[in-house]
Design a binder for this molecule. Structure first.
Ligand code: ADP
Ligand code: MG
Length: 261
């Protein structure tokens, strides 16, 4: 369980996250929505201690703010917003997820680590796009944006985390790849019981894939709870400062949000 209480953090420039409290109890997809600049990425940074904070962040009873970096890295994986095009092989990139588990005297990754890395590349579907030999010789800078994103998810899964933080994993991807990424995450969450917290801009994808949502505005949580409860016309209109129309999806009735134009 992730239990965040009264988390506050600020940049020297002035922006502050104020008094953030929420819990994630079950392996379920929790989305963070909110306008640009509302503090979504800052919240992820504070949760993984990339940014100093005050308050409490307990993961299954461990205080993540006070945990040693290695202990934190064994429990929390982060998929950043943009995955750099680096001239490193895809396999090495995914294997980097095992770094927190290497012994201090261990110079190379073990055979078990390599087996796990291939398993994760298969789990995210990259072995459907390439055969093993081709993928083994590919560098990260030779992949498409969607494929790099899948490799970053494979790296995070290779870390076998309890908590996975993702910053807009579907940004800059076409519709088909957005859905592919979210299905991969959904399946991994069910298979491994990971707690997932994902910044997601597209409210309609959030509505389709997340069971709970946190809505941020100006560094504070303005709504939190079941997705259907947070996707509320009045609330979202005041947060996004635009007229909205909310309609049920024709197939299963989940709420779809359209700007009034
Ligand atoms: P979001 O992810 O919701 O779009 P961010 O969390 O990235 O928003 O940013 C929230 C606010 O914090 C913005 O006003 C942004 O300008 C500011 N900010 C982000 N990163 C820094 C930084 N490193 N130093 C100072 N201010 C920052
Ligand atoms: Mg952001």
């Amino acid at each position: 369980m992730l239990d965040v209480r009264n988390l506050s953090a600020s940049y020297p420039g002035g922006f502050a996250l104020r008094d953030i409290s929420f819990q994630i109890c079950n392996p379920q997809m929790t989305g963070i929505i909110g306008p640009n600049g509302s503090g979504k990425s800052t919240l992820l940074k504070a949760l993984c201690a990339d940014l100093d904070s005050t308050g409490n962040i307990q993961l299954d009873g461990t205080d993540l703010r006070k945990a040693r970096p290695l202990e934190r890295a064994r429990k929390v994986a982060v998929v950043p917003q943009s995955i750099e095009k680096i001239p490193v092989s895809v396999l090495e990139f995914v294997l980097a997820g095992r770094t927190p588990f290497k012994k201090w005297h261990q110079l190379t990754y073990s055979e078990a680590d390599k087996v796990l890395a291939w398993e994760k590349l298969e789990e995210v579907g990259l072995l459907r796009n390439f055969d093993k030999k081709t993928l083994a010789s590919k560098n990260m800078d030779e992949l498409s944006g969607g494929e790099r994103q899948l490799a970053a998810i494979a790296q995070a899964l290779c870390q076998q985390p309890r908590l996975l933080l993702l910053d807009e994993p579907t940004a800059n991807l076409d519709l088909c790849h957005q859905v592919e990424i979210l299905r991969v995450l959904e399946q991994s969450l069910q298979k491994h019981g990971i707690l997932m917290l994902m910044v997601i801009h597209d409210i309609n994808l959030a509505s389709a894939f997340c069971s709970r949502l946190l809505c941020l505005s100006h560094g504070s949580i303005v709504a939190e709870g079941e997705t259907g409860k947070v996707i509320d016309k009045k609330l979202l209109e005041s947060v996004y400062k635009t007229g909205l129309c909310i309609l049920p999806h024709p197939r299963d009735g989940h709420p779809m949000v359209f700007p009034e134009i």
